[in-house]
Design a protein around this ligand. Structure first.
Ligand SMILES: Nc1ncnc2c1ncn2[C@@H]1O[C@H](COP(=O)(O)OP(=O)(O)O)[C@@H](O)[C@H]1O
Ligand SMILES: [Mg+2]
Length: 247
């Protein structure tokens, strides 16, 4: 009798639009996300109703063939692109209804980004590349300098702090990018093919490092990759194919 009474409880909550369980325990939630690109007279539907819920502290891989829409989905989940339809919540906040200004601030405070081509400022040293990220977040100069030292040590680059990106190897550049992404202790890390430009050995060690630092700090990581060697660092893997997700 009691069991029967509660059987429909989650449905009732959902019907009321109060998604308490999901909101509190999940870092990233997508519901019915669709994305269309229009070019001249044609319309391409890249994402066709994506539902996703990533628990806090998880390392989630997003895999799939080239051109399947992984970067598009990551950009939507990170609030860099607005979906044609659907909703995205990050850390319990609906980002699809936020103003541009509020969203920009939310990203600065909560999301660290890592890209395939590192995206470091070529004219700045390793320390300065990390310091800039802290300055943008409004952390004062002295505190930022101290944090940069800690971050450089965490990624094993304390002896390369004054070197520019052109003096660093690919793996070292990606370590600087990881330090920069972790600057300010964001709760979310979004990485788009972070090992694509690295050889397999340095790729693997960079990802192991990212995993251990993320776990230490309790970050949730969403990582796009088509590198099957990375699967062992993930808590969960999802595949994007024909615009939909498959476990
Ligand atoms: N801004 C855009 N305008 C039009 N088409 C786009 C745009 N961005 C991506 N696409 C198209 O969407 C598809 C998926 O792209 P993308 O998300 O980059 O895939 P992936 O990262 O999986 O390789 C591709 O066919 C691409 O050409
Ligand atoms: Mg891509």
């Amino acid at each position: 009798m009691t069991a029967a009474k509660f059987k429909n409880f989650p449905n009732q909550i959902e019907a009321l639009g109060i998604d308490l369980v999901t909101t509190q325990s999940k870092a990233i939630v997508a519901k019915g996300v669709e994305m269309e690109f229009k070019s001249q007279k044609r319309c391409f539907q890249i994402l066709k109703g994506i539902d996703l819920a990533i628990p806090k502290g998880n390392i989630q891989l997003l895999m799939g063939p080239s051109g399947s829409g992984k970067t598009t989905l990551l950009s939507i989940l990170a609030g860099l692109m607005t979906p044609t339809r659907g909703k995205v919540s990050l850390l319990g906040e609906d980002i699809t209804s936020m103003s541009r200004q509020k969203l920009a601030k939310f990203r600065q405070q909560n999301i660290g980004f890592i890209f395939q081509n590192f995206n470091l400022f070529p004219a700045l040293t390793a320390s300065e590349n990390i310091e800039v990220a802290l300055n943008i977040q409004g952390i004062n100069r002295k505190a930022a300098k101290d944090q940069v030292q800690v971050l450089l040590e965490q990624v094993g680059l304390e002896n390369q702090s004054e070197q520019k990106p052109s003096d660093l190897s690919g793996g070292q550049k990606q370590r600087v990018a990881i330090a920069r992404a972790l600057a300010g202790s964001p709760q979310l890390i979004m990485a788009d093919e972070p090992t694509a430009a690295l050889d397999s050995k340095s790729g693997h060690s960079v990802i192991q490092l990212l995993r251990s630092l993320a776990k230490e700090q309790g970050c949730t990581v969403l990582m796009v990759t088509h590198d099957p060697r990375i699967i062992d660092v993930a808590d969960s893997v999802t595949y994007l194919e024909d615009g939909t997700l498959k476990e």
